[in-house]
Design a protein around this ligand. Sequence first.
Ligand code: DCP
Ligand code: MG
Length: 433
Amino acid sequence: MATEIDTQDKPGGFCRDCLTEQPEGRTRCRACGSPRLLRHKELYGLTLAHIDCDAFYASIEKRDDPSLADKPVIIGGGKRGVVSTACYIARISGVRSAMPMFKALEACPDAVVIKPNMEKYVTVGRQMRAMMQDLTPLVQPLSIDEAFLELAGTERLHRDPPARTLARFAKRVESELGISISVGLSYCKFLAKVASDLQKPRGFSVIGKAEALDFLAPRPVTTIWGVGKAFNASLEADGIRTIKQLQAMAESDLMRRYGVMGQRLYRLSRGIDDRTVHLNEAAKSVSAETTFFDDISSHEQLVPILRSLSEKVSTRLKKHDIAGHTVVLKMKTTDFKSRTRNRRLEDPTQLADRIFRTGLQLMERETDGTKFRLLGIGVTDLEGSSRADPPDLVDQQATRRAQAEAAIDKLRDKFGKGAVETGYTFGGKDRKR
Ligand code: DCP
Ligand code: MG
């Protein structure tokens, strides 16, 4: 018995250079000798990552001119007359982003100054984003050089837990783009972002659930998102400097003092952050549509088509582990007029049944004898699936239908797509192109 528990508690660990799994207690890789070992109790259970490039502009310039490799490099000047970024060598002398150029050169007189070439940086940013999308469809860029990634459910695709997939990604960025990144891995956005900053450059830090409170306690309140200079000053005036102090305060007290921000302080200081990773602008909706051979005006004929389109949408959502908050119905009349109708749901959904029933309600108002040539259904306001389709306490039927759908999904997984037809789609196939 005892050995079994031991195995479970054993922290996962591997070498970030060659990805070899490491037994406990080693300080260097047993395969390649690298000291860059990653080990953490929750390593293989965490899925939310924040990735941020190291000295982004400067790294790109160093990549393109190897003679700069060992020199202090400052990207800046230009119109603003301030430092955009400094490489890590220049940072040793105290050069920082947003510093006036003359001050930076006082601190680091032998620095090589390069004017920013935005076009080049944007291209590299795009290339990196495309590579991120090979890891997961759930990539939320925050700026040119950083993004959140949700990797839950990608283990089968990559045949590896997220931590290893991310380490492999860091290697790929170095070899293919010639720049380095830092990774933060945690269970929530707040701590993933904090983590990516801990070991820069070429960092990989993990913050688990179990350690969140202790990790946060000694840190300054400015660690919390949204606590800028002004807010920090008013907290300081109230004698609050560390997160530990916030952890000791009641939610009601914090809210009375600081309003909405008080609630944020309460939650984030305790490592509570349920914001999910949102998709970027490019992939804002998931939908399916079909154009008919012959125009259709009858509600009865449209229903099975709507059902099978809803199932297509749902399959895609489930495949990528995402859900949509708003259902969108699209119809085109024979005179090419488009009608789009939306309904926002209480909770995000990925269920064919919810999409279909909502679409049906929207469609009912449109089927007044008008002839249609196209029908489409989809969802927008996409997010991760973690909050999708909670059991419906009011409508027990809906919960039962959701369970039935899960059972049908399983059968289809096992026996193929055509294995189960619902009453709505049955016989409805030959009407569509
Ligand atoms: N940037 C800028 N002006 C600032 C801050 C940043 O022009 N005040 C630009 C230059 C950076 C890029 O945005 O290269 C990314 O910003 P980061 O804050 O991520 O900074 P770096 O990537 O340069 O460094 P770090 O390794 O600290 O992430
Ligand atoms: Mg950066």
